[in-house]
Design a binder for this molecule. Structure first.
Ligand SMILES: C[S@@+](CC[C@H](N)C(=O)[O-])C[C@H]1O[C@@H](n2cnc3c(N)ncnc32)[C@H](O)[C@@H]1O
Length: 335
């Protein structure tokens, strides 16, 4: 985790600003350094004039006692039971968990453990699977307030979500940061399947760009508009948001420097999105490890058919199921 160096007289105000951006790392201790203070941050906040140092400031002792859910549950669960513990997500003040059938009798312990590790939680929800064209997950609240709406902070932006009505995946945070770093000021970018606008917000926060985003789910569109308002003052770029079916709307649009396609699972939007990409396409899909070469070949063939020379790199983004990965094809169109 990095730290930022700030003059000591500005330390308090900057700390508050970093907290509002969700980038202050409260688990670590700030440190005096001559006339400066080193403030712990989760990532480079991208604030002009701030020096970012690759320093791991020490953890606060009180936070060291319980660091992970596994640490907390080690007191109560057997080694065998701990093996069935699944990864969970914290989205705003909601923890989202999957509980294996083997731990059904441990639900209360898991709730207690999550509350100990994340004392700010207001809701704990159990998650089923994503389904339907809008890829909305099934959730049931098992502790706390009866709601699935919250504001999540990521990469310096606030993202309002309603997990019962829209798709949102906090694990794509690093991917969004990666793309925001690849983008150059001045680009025109198209994002079909835009959801509540996480990619658009993270990119527009960092770069002076013009983004056109398209989303079919009316609830996601409505929340996306709210998110633009919520982040208005911190965005450098502009975002135009269109409500509608990408397959009908894209053919009417011009080409863009860059297209980012967070494609819904089971949808083939390759030729649609490639036809709108002037220089770069980032195409997400789910691919079996034995079919990576075939997937890459399909993209190259699409490029060839449309008279373009493309460089294609496939990046594994996350595990999806055994031997199948969520991947991003980074396509560079050279001619
Ligand atoms: C995998 S989610 C990605 C959402 C968002 N980009 C994100 O990363 O959180 C795919 C999104 O595409 C939307 N969608 C599905 N079919 C669509 C279509 N034909 N046109 C536009 N959006 C569509 C869904 O509602 C969903 O929000």
């Amino acid at each position: 985790m990095p730290a930022v160096r700030v003059p000591k007289e500005r330390a308090e105000s900057l700390k508050e600003r970093l907290k509002k951006l969700g980038l202050y790392d409260g688990k670590r201790r700030p440190r005096r350094d001559g006339d400066s203070v080193l403030l712990p941050v989760i990532e480079d906040p991208g604030i002009e004039g701030l020096e970012v140092l690759p320093i791991d400031l020490p953890l606060r002792p009180e936070r060291q006692i319980y660091v992970t859910l596994e640490d907390v549950l080690r007191e109560k669960l057997s080694e065998e039971e701990l093996r069935h513990l699944m990864r969970y997500d914290v989205i705003g003040d909601i923890a989202v968990v999957r509980i294996a059938p083997e731990l059904e009798h441990r639900v209360e312990d898991i709730i207690g453990g999550l509350r100990k590790v994340h004392p700010f939680l207001k809701v704990i929800a159990r998650k089923g699977f994503h389904s339907g064209p809008f890829r909305v997950g099934e959730y049931s609240v098992i502790w706390g307030e009866n709601r699935l709406e919250t504001v999540h902070r990521e990469n310096g932006v606030e993202i309002k979500v309603d997990l019962g009505r829209v798709f949102f995946n906090p694990r794509m945070k690093g991917e969004r940061y990666r793309l925001a770093r690849l983008v150059r000021d001045g680009e025109k970018i198209l994002i079909p399947f835009a959801g509540v606008l996480p990619y658009a917000l993270v990119i527009a926060r960092r770069k002076r760009v013009k983004i056109t985003a398209v989303e079919l789910n009316e609830e996601a569109y409505r929340l996306g508009l709210e998110n633009l308002e919520l982040n208005r003052k911190r965005l450098r770029g502009e975002v135009e948001f269109i409500h509608g079916d990408a397959f009908r709307i894209l053919p009417e649009l011009p080409t863009y420097d860059r297209v980012i396609s967070p494609t819904p699972r089971g949808v083939d939007a390759l030729s649609l999105t490639l036809s709108k990409a002037g220089r770069f396409l980032h195409y997400y899909d789910f691919v079996h490890e034995a079919k990576m070469g075939e997937f890459r070949g399909r993209i190259i063939e699409h490029c060839r058919k449309t008279g373009r020379d493309c460089d294609v790199r496939i990046k594994k983004v996350s595990d999806f199921k055994p031997h199948t990965f969520k991947v991003c094809a980074d396509v560079h169109i050279k001619g």
